[in-house]
Design a protein around this ligand. Structure first.
Ligand code: ADP
Ligand code: ASP
Ligand code: MG
Length: 430
């Protein structure tokens, strides 16, 4: 029998009524002749509530203890959904991430899945049962409970779909697919029927919450088709792109087409300025004061050593950077705040170790346009920059990759900028 993995997000299991609706959808899938594995998120805003609670007790909470706390959220929903399915006459059993065989590294709070050993699930499926598992969590080789980073239930679902050889993996949410921009911000955003893994990954990494970037990376690696759909939708029909988004390997689109606009509000910009060639590298106070012009390579090496010190400190604080640039006298790095739970401690450590040489800015946000080949010429960069500038936004930085252009602008202007760039790059093309 074919296996289907379905994931239901927090808003889809936010209360008892919605849990019953999910149970009903799961039952319909089972009755359609599939073996069903269901992955659930914590109810509504439970994860945020638990984090708030933790921060009341400790502003820089211990990451292991955070994982012990946060995994409780998904555990509640898995048990309730399993009960609800049983009420409808289904035979369901729930498992934690650890019981499901999700083995991760030991990086607490944003662990990576290393291996999935779904033996227990396979036994239960063979017995005809519906398996409900807690998303967003696993267990390390040291038998420590871990979580997979915010939005990590998507990753659980895709990893499980890959391990079980599922026919497809449905990510069910309050929105019926991936849109050209967050439909809450851009009323004219359109659902995109089909997306490639690369486009989806870039959208997710640029802040489109609807699919988790790590989950898409997994799906790409294992060739799993993701169907992003509304929880209220019917089961996928012959053409799941008709009422949802299908992410899989697709023939390339016309190169240079912008497929979507995404933004990320909660970022920090870290700028480390190591001074000109006449200034010593930070961690080498005894280095000679003057480096002659022919020694440019050596000066760069000294600055690189200094930037390595900054990066080592960031690693010690489990900070993951998004874009690193080390050019001339400065290193810049964009850091997502999503899985950073000891910001005060990090700032204090940077100040103590590097003083004024490292500055942290938290007034900026990132806005990106995504599409294959959009940087074949500089036309798109120039068009976006001109539109942003004309709207009064001042651009603090630009970064590009072959799939993306990102502008750093004042965080307060982010939503307006998303609407503006959506108009500039997507609506104008009809
Ligand atoms: P879930 O709890 O189901 O995982 P999330 O809140 O993580 O749901 O993701 C769904 C939300 O993502 C939507 O409500 C929508 O506001 C937001 N979103 C952001 N960008 C996009 C996009 N490009 N397409 C669709 N939804 C988006
Ligand atoms: N509950 C977790 C979160 O809010 C995981 C998830 O929803 O995917 O981030
Ligand atoms: Mg999510």
């Amino acid at each position: 029998m074919s296996i289907v993995v379905q994931k239901y997000g927090g808003s889809s299991v936010a209360d008892v009524r919605r849990i019953r609706l999910v149970a009903d959808r799961v039952m319909r899938t089972k009755q359609a002749g599939y073996d069903v594995v269901v992955v659930v998120s914590a109810m509504g805003d439970t994860t945020d509530d638990l984090l708030r609670l933790a921060k009341q007790v400790s502003p820089n909470p211990d990451r292991r203890e955070l994982d012990m706390l946060l995994t409780a959220g998904e555990r509640i929903s898995m048990a309730l959904l399993s009960m609800a399915i049983r009420e409808l006459g289904g035979d369901a059993i729930s498992f934690t991430g650890s019981q499901s065989g999700i083995i991760t590294n030991d990086r607490h709070v944003d662990a990576r899945i290393i291996e999935v050993r779904p033996v227990r699930l396979q036994d239960e499926l063979a017995n005809g049962r519906i398996v409900v598992i807690a998303g967003y969590q696993g267990v390390s080789y040291r038998r420590e409970v871990t979580t997979l980073g915010r939005g990590g239930s998507d990753t659980t679902a895709v990893a499980m779909a890959a391990a079980l050889g599922a026919e497809y993996c449905e990510i069910c949410s309050d929105v019926d697919g991936v849109y050209t921009a967050d439909p809450r911000v851009v009323p004219d955003a359109r659902r995109i029927g089909t997306l490639s893994y690369e486009e989806t990954q870039e959208l997710a990494e640029s802040g489109a919450r609807v699919l988790n970037a790590q989950a898409v990376e997994f799906a790409k690696e294992k060739g799993i088709a993701i169907f992003a759909r509304a929880t209220s939708s019917s089961l996928p029909g012959a053409d799941p792109s008709a009422d949802g988004t299908v992410v899989r390997r697709h023939p390339p689109r016309q190169p240079g087409t912008v497929v979507g606009v995404a933004s990320e509000r909660d970022v920090l910009l870290i700028v480390a300025a190591f001074g000109g060639p006449e200034r010593p590298a930070l961690h080498q106070p005894d280095v000679e004061r003057t480096i002659q012009p022919p020694d440019v390579g050596r000066a760069f090496q000294a600055r690189r050593d200094a930037s390595d010190d900054v990066l080592a400190l960031l690693d010690d604080h489990n900070v993951t950077g998004k874009q690193l640039h080390l050019i001339g006298d400065a290193m810049t790095l964009v850091v997502s705040r999503e899985n950073l739970h000891g910001e005060e401690r990090l700032r204090a450590a940077l100040a103590a170790r590097f003083g004024d040489a490292v500055r942290v800015t938290d007034t900026l946000g990132a806005i990106s346009v995504v599409g294959a080949g959009i940087n074949a010429s500089f036309d798109n960069v120039r068009r976006g920059s001109a539109a942003l500038t004309a709207s009064g936004a001042s651009i603090a930085g630009i970064a590009t990759s072959s799939f993306r252009i990102t502008w750093m602008i004042d965080r307060e202007r982010l939503d307006d900028a998303v609407r503006l760039l959506h108009k500039t790059f997507i609506e104008t093309l009809g």
